[in-house]
Design a protein around this ligand. Structure first.
Ligand code: FAD
Length: 285
């Protein structure tokens, strides 16, 4: 298959993100979603990891399914929160035997108030180091152009992200709706001499309550003009149309700014993601 840095070198990449479903119905839906989205010939797809290891087996299984059944490069996410060094070393070994070539290294979050007695790593940067010593993979990290909500200060956050991105081969951002935040972030990295490609994440805004909940957790601005349009929509079909239009417009702006690719958060649904990809020229077969 392929390394993400090589794919990025060849031109803007299209990627989709999924999470391992919890039940058989969700699994069937994800299979249908993968079947439809793979026809856009995405450069890669990624599968999230349940912080603490809740989807350890399923994440690995879905990565294999994407590669074997849909012939698309697949990247597992791995969070280090609550894992011991041995657990992470075992996970790395299992992916080495699967011959994966790319991984997204994250800290993850424990449920509010929870603590772990086994946790060996406090930050994604430590996880990147640990993986680097063991595996010859392309290692990606999360980027937070609007800042991380738990950061001590804007300056500390930027310093941390700068150092983390220096260690990484590429980064994927938290979803956002303002291209200027992405532009400002990459300019700040550039001014600090960091050349790591930063792929912006886009989530088509089709569900007001869902976006509101997620943006409250991760500190992303959910612009009032977008929310107002969605709230005035006559129903789900019109909300999807608006969501696709907003995401495609944002995608175009980001590519014009020089973004090295676009990463679409699908929530395991095909239609909006497929329409955004097609609107941006990545048409289906
Ligand atoms: P880190 O980079 O370790 O830290 C996040 C922030 O904490 C930093 O930006 C900084 O503000 C602060 N910080 C950390 N260390 C320091 C330091 N030494 N000094 C100063 N400040 C510091 N979560 C999941 O559970 N599973 C997933 O699969 C998953 N996938 C994701 C994919 C993407 C593309 C993104 C953007 C996020 C994803 N997340 C996932 C969410 C992620 O786990 C959370 O955002 C988490 O809170 C931070 O993870 P991180 O890897 O950015 O952590």
């Amino acid at each position: 298959m392929a390394r993400i840095t090589q794919l990025l070198d060849a031109g803007p990449t299209l990627s989709f993100e999924f999470s391992a479903p919890r039940d058989e119905e969700g699994a069937e839906r994800l299979r249908r979603t993968l079947a439809r989205l793979s026809t856009h010939r995405p450069h890669f797809m990624s599968v999230t990891y349940g912080a603490g290891g809740t989807t350890r087996g399923p994440t690995r299984d879905w990565v294999q399914t994407i590669r074997d059944d849909f012939q698309v490069e697949a990247m597992p996410h791995l969070t280090c929160v609550a894992h011991s060094r041995d657990e992470v070393a075992d996970i790395i070994k299992s992916y080495q035997s699967d011959r994966i070539e790319n991984i997204l290294a994250l800290r993850g979050d424990l449920p509010h108030g929870a603590q772990s007695s086994t946790q060996a790593f406090d930050t994604a940067a430590q996880l990147v180091d640990f993986i680097r010593q063991r595996a010859d993979w392309d290692i990606g990290v999360a980027a937070h152009p609007e800042g991380h909500p738990m950061a001590a200060s804007v300056e500390a956050d930027l310093a941390h992200q700068t150092a983390k991105l220096r260690q990484a081969d590429f980064a994927i951002t938290q979803f956002g709706y303002r291209a200027e935040y992405y532009e400002q972030f990459v300019n700040q990295l550039d001014a600090r001499g960091v050349e790591t490609p930063v792929i912006p994440g886009i989530m088509p805004p089709t569900n007001v309550a869902g976006i509101e909940r997620m943006s409250a957790l991760n500190g992303t601005e959910f612009p009032t003009d977008i929310r107002d349009r969605l709230e005035a929509a006559s129903g789900a079909a019109q909300r999807r149309e608006i969501g696709v239009e907003v995401a495609a417009h944002l995608g175009r702006e980001l590519l014009e700014l020089g973004a090295p690719g676009l990463h679409i958060y699908t929530m395991n649904f095909a239609r909006a993601a497929s329409e955004v990809a097609a609107a941006l020229g990545w048409t289906a077969d």
